[in-house]
Design a protein around this ligand. Structure first.
Ligand code: GLP
Length: 236
């Protein structure tokens, strides 16, 4: 594992964007696994700049996102599809038809999740998976659990996640109680993992995840078994 501590959010974002850009430059038809949350917003903005400068071309890239709330339509500003369109896809020259976010409004969620895994498999897996980490150690929306769930699946969100994500909604009651998330198989089979983490409040969970026991109670701890993980952390 490579662990970088940098002294600002700006530096974390630039470094992460450079790693993603390098991936796309060396393999133009890369499959990128993408994340939401506040942490990667700066990374996405920087990728937008790199694309506008002509340094990186996303025209052949395919993206698969980690997760989506159940019941939020794409027009809802808090849906992850809306987030991705706004914070990344509108800033780069990607073909929107090559961007995939689980559909949390699918009439048949079981069908949606199994098709999502099939899609990732048909794409040949993920070349680089960008991750954040939840305050409870979740990656995607894989919440603390008795087991690591392998496939894309529906989850009931942990109360601590609902509280943490309430800042994006008008009131806590508006936060959906369920989500759909990629499972550990697609994440762990990604060829490279890049995790961005910011804020002193994440320091403790980061230590548990990467230096504590590997346990589904700290979902990110499974990444200790991945052969190519880069973590960029800033206290800011
Ligand atoms: C959200 C997302 C995760 C993200 C995490 C951290 O709930 N599902 O993919 O990594 O929470 O979010 P933030 O970066 O805002 O702290």
């Amino acid at each position: 594992m490579k662990f970088f501590t940098v002294d600002s959010y700006e530096k974390m974002s630039r470094q992460a964007a450079n790693i993603i850009a390098a991936q796309v430059i060396s393999k133009p038809n890369s499959v990128l696994g993408l994340a939401t949350g506040s942490t990667p917003i700066g990374t996405y903005a920087r990728l937008g700049e790199l694309c506008a400068q002509g340094d990186v071309d996303f025209s052949e890239v395919t993206t698969v996102n980690l997760d989506e709330y159940v019941g939020l339509p794409v027009e809802n500003e808090q849906s992850y599809r809306y987030f991705m369109n706004k914070n990344l896809f509108s800033l780069i020259n990607i073909d929107l038809a090559h961007t995939f976010v689980p559909n949390g409004c699918a009439p048949d969620i079981e069908k949606e999740v199994s098709e999502y895994d099939l899609r990732i498999e048909r794409l040949g897996g993920i070349d680089l998976q960008l991750l954040g980490i939840g305050i409870d150690g979740h990656i995607g929306f894989n919440e603390p659990n008795d087991v690591f769930v392998k496939e894309t699946h529906e989850v009931v969100l942990d109360p601590s996640t609902i509280t943490a994500n309430a800042r994006f909604f008008e009131k806590e009651e508006d936060v959906p109680k369920k989500a759909v998330t990629m499972g550990m198989q697609a994440i762990m089979q990604a060829k490279k993992i890049l995790m961005v983490v910011n804020g002193k409040k994440k320091e403790e969970i980061l230590k548990k995840a990467f230096f504590g026991p590997i346990t589904p109670q700290v979902p990110a701890s499974i990444l200790q078994l991945h052969p190519d993980v880069t973590v960029i952390y800033t206290e800011e």
